[in-house]
Design a protein around this ligand. Sequence first.
Ligand code: DX5
Ligand code: ZN
Length: 212
Amino acid sequence: MKIAPSILSADFSCLRREIRSISRADYIHIDVMDGHFVPNITMGPVIFQNLKRYTTIPFDVHLMISHPLQYAKAFMDAGADILTFHYETEDDIQELIRIIHDRGVKVGVSIKPNTDVAVLQPYIKNLDLILVMSVEPGFGGQSFLLSALDKIRYLKKIKEEENLHFIIEVDGGINHETAKSVALAGCDIIVAGTYIFREKNRNRIIKELKGL
Ligand code: DX5
Ligand code: ZN
């Protein structure tokens, strides 16, 4: 399994140092919230664009915003390697997939806990990543919702049956126990915020999660 620490739980007064502390990570997960799609505001592209100079770890950008179409370019300019938006957005999903792919950036779609995974079927062949939310998006430090496991199993099954290439990612409430469950269900990347950043030795936790 690959690990994507969410910098939402990092100390924003010293992001460069925080990034250095997760050098074993496979991706850096960047949570973008607009105070509209979710009831919290985090960061725009200016916050992380300069970080690109200090790391070679790919940026996995998770847009929890109402109008990703309006901002996709700015996030790709800032260095997003994977750009994920929500299925529940008001914007045109096919159009979003097209403009992100045109830039050579990997495209992901995320579903909230109450969204049925089957709604992704019309897009699934064009996606590089599907992000299953295992908490209600908006805040770190929440408890893992078990409903995510069935969605991961479902995705794993159709991925194999239809020989598709998308990556399955899960986000929210990850700790040692829930990471084991998602690994068994067939997840490829796990996002973890609190569980990694609350520890002094973050790379040790990343190594532990990778080994599950
Ligand atoms: C929630 C974010 C998550 C969050 C995960 O809306 O998308 O990435 O930071 O945090 P933990 O691991 O603390 O649940
Ligand atoms: Zn996230």
